[in-house]
Design a protein around this ligand. Structure first.
Ligand SMILES: Nc1nc2c(ncn2[C@@H]2O[C@H](COP(=O)(O)OP(=O)(O)OP(=O)(O)O)[C@@H](O)[C@H]2O)c(=O)[nH]1
Ligand SMILES: [Mg+2]
Length: 458
């Protein structure tokens, strides 16, 4: 029999409510034993006001709401009890400690409630993974993608594709077993090939969209780099919409790297403001420049900022070279459009061998939307809006890629001499990989990977 698990499920927000959740056959008794006047009968799924004894010695108690969800109509499918009490972290810890004194109750592991829900068929594996995404969503788009997965859209899409693969395989196998029987129609090789190709195409689309999904969950790092005084910190503040970095007319203002989280078109981005790069800095600035160079290597994208009111100096070439050496993708931006222009896009392109992506004026808030579009396009490689459900986990994408490779193998086996036994095996392997995404075929490694990323109590 499963043990009963307990954990703080919702840590308190500021002054809010904290929730402790228990799940398992012994969920109810330990809670009732802490009640001052335990209710005679707990009506399922109804709120009951109780007085919980937190410590006997100092006679501390708290009024709390108990809700009892008997199996199977609960989140995990087991008996679940939820205690909502005042959200003091110490009170919650004390209360949890008391519950854990009961021999049959232990602390839940990360994601264990959701893992139990999955084991009891309350959720499929794509939905279970989406619960984790939903909790950790850092932007509205990530929230939307995980909510769609939670509704079961990805599950249904994969389940349908898997069913089509299984049907194809049975057609191929029927042909193998009964090829000499009259009522079994011979497989039409071209129809079979075209059907496999259609499936392959649909999966490739999911993988392609999945790149966006990964971005939505993991976010990305973007650094503003360039020579001194071109307006990096000004742009940083503008994108952040707050006066975070110091801006002065003096070159060499920024020394330490500043990092802040923003969201552009729903993509969570950590934006870095860096020290301007040039040749003969003082001691402190030199360290700042060294840090800028390191940041540049570590980020997913650089905003390479130059000012259009000055001729190109050797510093621009220096930054350009650093970008090339680190092969960091970049958007090249000319700032200070509001001042007299000393260089054209053509000049810059000729000097740096790099296309100017947009021209802006931070001072006049000009061209910023276009810049944001360019940033999104560069990091996602495509438009963000897609009618398909978005695959958000690396393991899901890997499984899709493996499926595609089995289907590709099936097509090439069909082409070379119609070896149907091999084709049937390729299709079997393909449907097995798809089954691993929905959890129809479970692998402990994948389960561990998904659930270990959850926090305790979920
Ligand atoms: N006219 C004009 N001035 C700007 C614009 N953007 C920034 N500036 C000015 O340029 C100067 C330098 O701006 P910063 O944002 O500090 O430049 P930075 O690249 O961070 O400079 P360092 O940190 O020293 O490398 C400030 O006086 C800004 O007000 C712009 O679009 N137009
Ligand atoms: Mg600065």
């Amino acid at each position: 029999m499963e043990e009963t698990i307990a954990a703080i499920s919702t840590p308190p927000g500021e002054g809010g409510v904290g929730i402790i959740r228990l799940s398992g056959p012994e969920a109810l008794n330990p809670v009732l034993s802490l009640c001052n006047n335990p209710p005679k009968q707990l009506k399922p799924r109804h709120a009951h006001l109780v007085e919980l004894i937190i410590t006997n010695e100092e006679s501390i108690s708290d009024r709390a709401i108990l809700t009892y969800f008997p199996a199977p109509r609960s989140y995990t499918g087991e008996d679940v009890v939820e205690i909502s009490c005042h959200g003091s972290p110490i009170l919650l810890q004390k209360l949890l400690g008391k519950l854990l004194e009961t021999e049959s109750v232990r602390l839940a592991q990360p994601g264990e409630f959701t893992r139990r829900a999955y084991s009891n068929d309350k959720l499929d594996l794509t939905q279970a993974a989406a619960v984790g995404d939903l909790i950790s969503a850092r932007s509205e788009a990530a929230l939307k993608a995980s909510a769609r997965q939670l509704k079961g859209e990805l599950f249904e899409t994969i389940r349908d594709i898997r069913q089509r693969t299984i049907n194809l395989r049975s057609q191929v196998e029927a042909n193998l077993d009964f090829s000499d029987e009259e009522d079994v129609k011979a497989v039409n090789q071209n129809a079979l090939k075209s059907e496999i190709e259609k499936i392959e195409e649909k999966l490739s689309k999911l993988v392609e969209d999945g790149k966006v999904g990964e971005l939505l969950t993991s976010g990305c790092q973007v650094a503003i780099v360039g020579p001194p005084n071109v307006g990096k910190s000004s742009l940083f503040n503008l994108l952040l919409q707050k006066d975070r970095a110091i801006v002065t007319t003096q070159p060499g203002t920024t020394r330490d790297i500043l990092r802040e989280n923003i969201s552009i078109s729903g993509i969570p981005i950590t934006l870095h403001d860096t020290a301007g790069i040039h040749d003969t800095p003082g001691l402190i600035e030199a360290e700042g420049i060294r840090r800028s160079e390191t940041a540049l290597r570590d980020v997913d994208l650089a905003i390479f900022l130059l000012e259009a009111n000055q001729k190109l100096e050797s510093e621009a070439l220096q930054v350009n070279q650093m970008l090339e050496e680190s092969s960091t993708p970049a958007v090249l931006v000319l700032n200070k459009l509001d001042l007299e222009q000393k260089i054209t896009c053509g000049d810059v392109e000729a000097e740096l061998d790099r296309q100017v992506d947009c021209k802006i004026s931070v001072l006049e808030h000009n061209g910023i939307e276009e810049l944001e579009d360019k940033i999104v396009k560069k990091i996602s490689g495509r438009e963000l809006h897609t009618p398909n459900p978005i695959v958000t986990h690396t393991h899901q994408i890997n499984q899709l890629k493996r499926t595609i490779s089995h289907l590709g193998q099936a097509i090439s086996n069909l082409a070379t001499g119609v070896e149907y036994t091999l084709v049937a095996e390729d299709l079997r392997l393909a449907s097995e990989e798809l089954g691993k995404i929905t959890g129809k075929i479970s692998s402990e490694d994948i389960l561990d990977e998904i659930f270990s990323n959850f926090c305790i109590g979920k």
